[in-house]
Design a protein around this ligand. Sequence first.
Ligand code: ADP
Length: 474
Amino acid sequence: MRIFHLSAECYPIAKVGGLADVVGALPKYQNLAGLQAAVVMPFYNRKFVHENTFDIVFQGTTLLGTRRIYFEILKEQTDTLGFELYLIKVPGLLDRENVYSYPDEREQFLAFQICFLDWINWSGQTPDLVHCHDHHSGLVPFLMYHSNLYRRLAHIPTVFTIHNGQYHGAFGWDNLHYLPEIDFYKTGLLDWNGGINPLASAVKCCWRFTTVSPSYLQELSISSNGLEYLFYVERDKGVGIINGIDTDVWNPETDPMLPEHFNATTVAKGKQKNKEILCERFGLSADKPLIAFIGRLVTEKGSDQLPAAIESSIKEHGDKVNFLILGAGDSATEMSLNLLKQLYPQNCNVFIGYDESLAHLIYAGADFLLMPSRVEPCGLNQMYAMRYGTMPMVRSTGGLKDTVIDFGDDGGYGIRFEQVTVADICVSVTRAVVLYKDTRKMQTLRKRMMALDFSWDRSAKEYMNLYESLIPKI
Ligand code: ADP
């Protein structure tokens, strides 16, 4: 069974968030399970691309609106990532350094989708199934089934995975000319609320859609930035499959980014050593409980509540707790956090920016990982944290709800709270501070969470069952 995953991000080529981690791992585990899974993504002018060798396997031209564009498909020679990797290169459009935030992002991702379809249409590289990820490839199902140009692809099943339903990639109907010839009777399948909405179109046109956790599937009918009714109507087409984590990359016993390796037996000593190195770097004491946050500083992640919650907790617990934040995003939150760092240098430090190896060190060295998310489709951070023996403190939403059991409940190992408020975050901090003093209990809980299985094997199997349920329909 030959599967093409289509995505804007893939670790380690280009990563902005969890989408990259998933697309960089799932195909590898699918291949181990006997599929032939490949990743197709835009070409980025980045380290991985310069350090590896690629063959040009296809060249062509196509129309993007009134513009004829030249494109190349490059294949990485050795399948070093455990899957075939194809990059689509369009000079001036798909050969940039960053993934997002260009003024012509719409043309960028339309070019990506159209070149992909042209390639599989003309090259004979026909897959058995196309698996699209997020809105950047959301128009592919519509175009495969309702564009006259791609009639020969119309029998191929498509699966669409929603990693983040808040972003739709919508644009106005005045941009219709960018799309290849389509069946005009079907334009309703592109539309939501008077515009072309790639996420909505994908949900309507794909054979099945998946969300990255079962709880998130339910929540999309309640909150999805205007698509609630669509998710309610299409609910039977959806299935929630929790993400796995790449246990080869995220392994405290072998992680090359850690100064000290450890496993469930040596966790106490190993964590302490990493914590000391981390705390020394950030001028914090390694004797206090260290509560960390890693992630984008955006409303979705509840990061706007962090400055007030941290200040209140420091006032409440005096010198008994430390905080360390790694992230970038909203400038008001960045400023408030930097101010906290100046006000309470003994208790709080902040690193504004993106730093993969620092993230690994924090997962290993912190005692608790705070995730006060308003929306969390799956969340990978809590799973990385648990693999590194760090207790997650999470708001009960989406994938956080599906992966973390409160330590007060049967078999539990984490801290859960209900609301994204300063009050709820502070209560969870108090619980963490009290729990930290009970060394024996902390040790038991760390071992318990490190024994959990968040590997991709289980999730990869669920995707495989889904694919198998679609292929016989051809
Ligand atoms: P999302 O995709 O919504 O940002 P996820 O939890 O799915 O959230 O994935 C976040 C990923 O990005 C994790 O691998 C996390 O470690 C990483 N990450 C987020 N922000 C940073 C940062 N500032 N520095 C390093 N890694 C980060």
